[in-house]
Every structure is written in C-alpha cells, then in structure tokens.
Design a protein around this ligand. Structure first.
Ligand code: NIG
Ligand code: FE
Length: 411
C-alpha cells in the first residue's frame, strides 16, 4: 500500500464533497482549503484537512507553501495526427483564407492524406509523445477524436491508436468517432454515400471492437448540415454513443440546436453565437465547451463566455489540440486566454477546465476536483500568491510537479 501525504499546502483548490456540474453563477464558486494537507493512498485522494490536525504517513512531501489543484481535464482534442501544418500557417500569414487553403488541398483533407500513409505504430508513438508533453503541463484526462481518417480503414486505424493510448497511458482517455469531420474527395459529389458508410459500415465495425465512447459531427456550412448531424448522432445513439459535436465555429450553423435536439453531452467551439443560441444552450442540459486557443489561432472572435455564463449555461474549457486550428494542448494557456480574452474570472476558468471538463467526458466521478475517492491527478504549483496569479502570469510555467495516480509525471 502506498501512502503519501502532501503537507503545508498554501491553498488546496477546488475541494468538493459532492461535485456537481457548474452552471451560471455557480461557476464563480471555487472552494479552497488554506494551509492544508492531502493524503493519497494507492493513487487516490484518501483524505484532506488543515495543518492544525495532520495525520501520519509512510511518505511525507512538504510543499512549503505551494498550492495544489486537480489536473486539467481536456475534453476536446484531435491529438492523433500524422504531421504538423505550419506551411498552412505561413500561407495564412501571407493572406490566404481558411477556404483558400482548403481549396489548395490543405486543411482536414491534408491531414487525412498524410494519416493514410502513416502506420498505426508511428501514429501511436507521436500521439503518446504529445500527450506526455501536455501531462507535464497539468493535463490529467483527455478526450481524443478520430476524423483525420475519412475512410473505413483509416478511421478504424485512428480509433485503434486511441484505444492503444487508452490502454497504455496512466491518465483516462475517452475516444470520439468523428468520421463526419468533412466529406472526403471521393464523396465530394455524393454526400449520401459517405453518410451511408458512416452509419452502415463504420458504426457497426466500431461497435464490434468497442472503439468509441462518443460520436462527433462538424456541423458547419460546407461540412455537415444540422439535419445530417442529427441523423449521424441518432445512428450513433443506437450503439450507445453519446454526442459531442463541433457547433457554430464559423457560422450560425444550427449546430447548437442540432446538439440539443440529440441531447448532446456538449456542443463545442461556439465562436459564432447570438441571443437565441445562447439562451437555448443555457436552458438545456448540454455543456458548452469553449476552445479559445482555436479562436485565437484562426483570429476568430472569441466565444461569448460572459453572456453564456450570465444566461446560466454550463461551460467547459478545452484545448482543441490539432494541427490546423490549435496546435497546442497547453491547458494553462487555455485558462489564461479565457480570462484575458473572454473575461472569465479565474475561479470560473479553473472550474471550467477541471470539474466541468470532467463532466464533458463522463469522468466526474474520477477527476476534476479534490474529492475523497477520486484519482490523485494533481497539479503542484510553484509558490503562487493567489488563485488569480494562475491565469494572470500567462507566460510563466507555474507548475512544479504533476502527479498522476499519486505519482510524479516524468516526460
Ligand atoms: O476543431 N473545426 C473542425 N475541426 C478542427 C480543425 C481541424 C483541422 O483544421 O485540422 C477544429 O478546429
Ligand atoms: Fe475540434
């Protein structure tokens, strides 16, 4: 039995006996224990308290005034990909639009043609390396999408890579089937046949190997319509896959309405919102997952976090790590950016990137708060004066150590 005690914690952040999904004003409340200890037995949080009454343990680690918070829960990534796309980045700097780059064979189709030529082994090794980099920066759970396969074989190949990551990584991994990311060239003029491939070939094969936890569709003008989105999500539901969809990134795409109508766990992106979609989302059970680094990288308007929170929505924050629109899985940047650019309060941002992120992956019983019985996936900070310092000092690495299942991450 391993028994580790972290002592002299300046602030133990996000301490909750009964964690619930946080919406609206509740996002502001970030419960903290000052001058605290936390005990970790066999990789799980066993107890916590204040330093006036401190238990014994076989191993004691004196944090000397550092703070501790639950690891980031990154609920939206595309971290399995074959190659970076910095050439497109430079094209964009020279003035080409997203659409022009796509027309040149760039974008999602560029990633798909590279992925088709890359083996499962190489994809696995590359993704693992990336994820360890993000783990050392505090990520303690991750969702990963397919969607750079876009053929029967390549979608399954991607999902098998994600399964291997799930089996081998020390953090929880959730797999999302995003066959409906874009129409592959072969089906450019025949959308019905591609939807047929997704629904009648891919979904049964994915089910047989139990390769996915969620289903996703890029509901966007020029990609999948709201009607197609609903059809694909309903088909996924037949196999027990709940929806987490790409909605309202570039236009008022109908994605929010489509997501709510299929009872999606989350609708993600939300750069383009109006009063109607904000109030619809706020009065639904669906989480709005905001991806500020994607808005930043594409120079889109940032997501209307304040309006969503004020309307009472449940908000999560995620990195969208992918080679085209957010080549970063650094959740510390996501948290800072959500405060700086979207005016989220530090407490709201930390809640959205921890507990609500865990809810957006169905991992709320395992992660996202300092709660007895949850995994000890914890960020140990360098000494920081206050919670607000975390998003404020956006250029500094404030992380001293990251524990996963109570053990230090070494990359
Ligand atoms: O979430 N918007 C759709 N998919 C990705 C970008 C994909 C890409 O450009 O490779 C996103 O931003
Ligand atoms: Fe995405």
């Amino acid at each position: 039995m391993s028994n580790l005690l972290l002592t002299n914690i300046h602030q133990l952040i996000n301490v909750r006996k009964h964690p619930v999904l946080l919406r609206g004003q509740a996002l502001k409340e970030l419960p903290v224990l000052n001058n605290a200890w936390v005990q970790i037995i066999n990789g799980r949080i066993a107890d916590y308290g204040t330093m006036d009454i401190c238990p014994d343990a076989t191993e004691v680690y004196d944090l000397k005034g550092a703070s501790v918070l639950p690891c980031w829960c990154d609920s939206h990534t595309h971290v399995v990909f074959a190659a970076s796309r910095e050439d497109e980045f430079v094209d964009k700097l020279k003035g080409l639009s997203y659409a022009e780059i796509a027309a040149k064979g760039g974008g999602i189709l560029n990633s798909a043609s590279k992925l088709a030529l890359t083996t499962e082994e190489v994809l696995y090794e590359q993704a693992k390396k990336r994820i360890f980099e993000w783990m050392a920066l505090g990520t303690g759970a991750i969702e990963i999408k397919s969607g750079y396969g876009l053929s029967f074989d390549a979608e399954l190949k991607m999902l098998r890579v994600i399964r291997r990551l799930k089996e081998s990584l020390p953090i929880p991994v959730k797999a999302t089937f995003l066959g409906a990311h874009t129409y592959p060239a072969l089906f450019k003029e025949d959308h019905e046949s591609y939807i047929d491939l997704i629904i009648n070939d891919l979904l049964p094969a994915i089910d047989q190997e139990q390769l996915a936890d969620y289903i996703d569709v890029f509901c966007e003008e020029g990609f999948f319509t709201p009607e197609e989105t609903v059809r694909i999500c309903e088909a996924g539901k037949q196999y027990g896959l709940k929806a987490k969809i790409h909605a309202n990134q570039l236009h008022l795409s109908g994605g929010v309405q489509a997501g709510i109508s299929v009872n999606a766990v989350s609708v993600d992106h939300l750069e383009t919102m109006n009063e109607e979609t904000i109030s619809l989302l706020a009065s639904s059970d669906t989480i709005g997952t905001l991806l500020p680094t994607a808005a930043y990288f594409l120079r889109m308007p940032f997501q209307p976090a304040r309006a969503l929170i004020d309307a009472g929505a449940a908000i999560a924050l995620a990195s969208d790590c992918n080679p085209g629109s957010s080549p970063s899985g650094n959740m510390n940047t996501v948290v800072s950016m959500s405060c700086i650019q979207m005016k989220m309060l530090p407490e709201e941002a930390i809640n959205a990137a921890t507990l609500n992120g865990a809810f957006a992956m169905g991992l709320e019983k395992e992660l996202g708060s300092i709660t007895v019985g949850k995994r000890a996936n914890l960020i140990i900070t360098r000494p920081i004066p206050s919670i607000a310092y975390i998003p404020y000092a956006f250029g500094s690495n404030l992380i001293d150590k990251v524990l996963v299942n109570g053990r230090e991450v070494t990359s």
